[in-house]
Structure formats: C-alpha cells, structure tokens
Ligand binder design. Structure first.
Ligand SMILES: *Cc1c(COP(=O)(O)O)cnc(C)c1O
Length: 366
C-alpha cells in the first residue's frame, strides 16, 4: 500500500460519536459534527450521521460545498464568520452561519433575498477567550437590527472558548451564556432554538454534574475523532483515541553518531537546532514524511522509537535497531498532525470498517 497514509478506523469514530450523542442527550445537549479536520470526507461524514449526529458544522465553505456535491443532505452550519466575498456561496450551501458582524449579516440578508431563501444566524458572544464574538453590551442592539432584516432568521446564540487563549468553559461563563439567552428572549419576545456552548473543550464541563442551563448544543470535532478533550488532552473515558494512524515508510536506516558535526547555523524548520547529548552511535532511521505532510511534533511513535528531527520531506528517528528499507512505522497523530495529514495531497487517506462503501482497499486522496 502507498505511504505515507492515514488509516482511518470508521468503527472507532462511529463508537466515539454514538457514545457522545447518548451521553449528551441525557443532558439535553445535541451535537453538530465538525467536519473541518477531515475536509468533509464522505466516509467519515456519513459515519457521523449514522451514529446519530443530525447536523454538521465546518469552518470552510469549500468543505461544505464538497459535502453538498457528495449529496450530504443534513443541515450544515458554517462555524467561521462568512467572508463578505463568500456570502452567496454561504447562503446557497449552508443552512446556518455563526456571525459577529452586522456588515456580513446585511449582505447575507441581501443574498438570501436574491435567492429567495432564508438563512439562519447564530450570534457569537465574546466570553473571554478573545477570538470571535460580540461584546455582551452590544448584543441587544445587534439582535434588534437583525430581527428587522428580511430572509434572515435568528436561530440562537453561541460562544467559543479555549481555542485562542485557552480559557476553559466553566459554570460561570456557561451560566453567563444561559443568562444572555434568557434576557434576549424576554426583551424581544422570541425563542432561541440554539444555545451553542462551544467545542470539544466544553466536554469536561458538559459531562460533569454541572447544570447545563440553557446550553443545548455543542460543535464537536476533535473529541469525536481523537477521543480526547483539548484542555488537557486527556482521553475521554470509553472513547477510542486511536481511530487514526499515520503510516510512514523507511527510506534509510544506518548506524550513525548521535551528534551532528561541523559549524552550526539555522536548520530548515528549527531556527536554533539544539546539539543533542552524545549517546555514541545510534540506529538512525529516515522516513519519507515531513512538515509538508504532517506536524512532526504531533506524532506519537511506537515504543522503542524516538523522534529526533524533521524537515519538509524527512522524519528522522532513533529506531533502536536498523530497520529494513521499505518497512513502515506507525504513528498516532494528535489534532495538529491529523489536520495537516488530512490536508496534505501527499498523504493517502484509507478509511476502513463497516461504514466504508463497497471496497475498503481503495484509498481516498484529496
Ligand atoms: C473548530 C471549531 C469547533 C470544533 O472544535 P473541536 O475542538 O475540534 O471540537 C467548534 N466551533 C468552532 C467555532 C470552531 O472553529
């Protein structure tokens, strides 16, 4: 089989998704499955839908269009604010978008009028992580203006924490979001269907004994795919953390000194390469995978193998013993390594398991 390749166990993803759907259902919280990390790949998308996730979310209109072209009918939410230059495509292919700017909402309304459609809006509120979000004190005036716009429907409010500054979702900021939902409903005499508490970083809070309040929706990517929460990258009990395996091929394996020699300057990806402690001679193995294929710092090697360095196209490991040329080493990718591997055209994507249509040996490439 070709290498490098990302092997994707659809049964494990199904299990993770189904487990989280059930656990959150008990708290009155539904999930939108976030497809951006795998670019909306049809086999994974359909696995999530079969597992009981009814709505999807993606940050890129290109991925949403790819899913529509693959005949995905489920409601899809654009989870990054639409670019003004994209509003037509957003109204055409996404049912809902997350928004923070009236300039964008006005253009969405105009585009929706031209297309004779309705477009749903979830207003994002800033609750401390300092990425996207309307400041709380401005929320009422935005709602008032939005409610006057044709072909636009206010579906709810939401927030996003943890991604930029690492601010944890907790009982305080989630109660704040609930309070804002209540006060908008009272002020304007409307009902908000969606109160979207956040991403996988919300799971520690959502699966605890905490009262979810008005929060009835989460947008989940990493936890479904990698079975962990992103605050401390702890495994979530009962979920698989190894649904994805990145396989790379050995192209050189030799006994070499552990320390480089010569006069030192910058290397291709490391501005200050450190001189390694001298360990005498080691079995140095070079794999045909590098920064252009994945995030080498996000790979977990098998036991007995240590990652020493990487450049665009090469990953260098201490393999303990010299390895046959053409043999393979299997790594567990973290979120960063996974996203880059899914996005690289050089990495073959090989889904397998019950949810694979027809032939499970065909590889999926971008
Ligand atoms: C990426 C993203 C998510 C999903 O994040 P995970 O940590 O993968 O669950 C949710 N909401 C927004 C706005 C995002 O950009």
């Amino acid at each position: 089989m070709s290498a490098p390749r990302l092997e994707i166990d659809l049964n494990k993803i199904y299990h993770n998704a189904h487990t989280l759907v059930e656990r959150l259902k008990a708290k009155g919280i539904s999930i939108s499955g976030v497809t951006k990390a795998f670019l909306g790949m049809p086999e994974i998308t359909s696995t999530l839908l079969q597992a009981g996730i009814h709505t999807l979310g993606d940050s890129r209109i290109e991925n949403i269009e790819a899913m529509r072209n693959a005949a995905v009918k489920a409601p899809i939410m654009l989870i990054r604010s639409p670019m003004l230059s994209n509003v037509e495509r957003v109204v055409r292919h996404a049912d809902i978008s997350l928004n923070t700017e009236m300039d964008v909402i006005l253009k969405l309304s105009a585009a929706a009028q031209r297309m004779d459609r309705s477009h749903g809006i979830v207003l994002m509120v800033e609750l401390g992580d300092l990425r996207e979000g309307i400041m709380k004190e401005d929320l009422e005036s935005v709602v008032a203006e939005l409610l006057s716009l044709p072909n636009i429907e206010l579906k709810g409010i939401g927030t996003n924490l943890a991604c930029r500054s690492g601010v944890s979702p907790d009982t305080n900021n989630m109660a704040e979001l609930s309070g804002l939902a209540d006060s908008i409903e009272t002020t304007f005499g409307i009902t908000l269907d969606i109160v979207s508490g956040g991403n996988s970083a919300n799971l520690t809070w959502a699966l605890s004994d905490a009262d979810p309040g008005r929060v009835n929706h989460l947008r989940l990517g990493e936890a479904l795919l990698l079975g962990c929460e992103p605050l401390h990258r702890q495994a979530i009990s009962g979920l698989y953390t190894d649904a994805f395996t990145l396989v790379a091929e050995v192209i050189e394996s030799k006994t070499k000194p552990s320390q480089a020699w010569g006069t030192f300057a910058q290397s291709a990806f490391d501005l200050n390469p450190t001189i390694k402690a001298n360990q005498g001679h080691i079995s140095q193995t070079v794999l045909a995978i590098g920064h252009q294929d994945t995030d080498p710092a996000g790979l977990k090697p098998p036991s007995g193998v240590e990652i020493l360095g990487a450049s665009s196209d090469h990953l260098i490991v201490d393999s303990g013993h010299n390895m046959p040329i053409g043999s393979e080493i299997r790594f567990q990718p973290n979120y960063s390594a996974l996203v880059r591997a899914m996005t690289s055209p050089f990495v073959a994507k090989v889904p397998y398991g019950e949810n694979t249509p027809s032939d499970n040996t065909t590889s999926y490439a971008n």
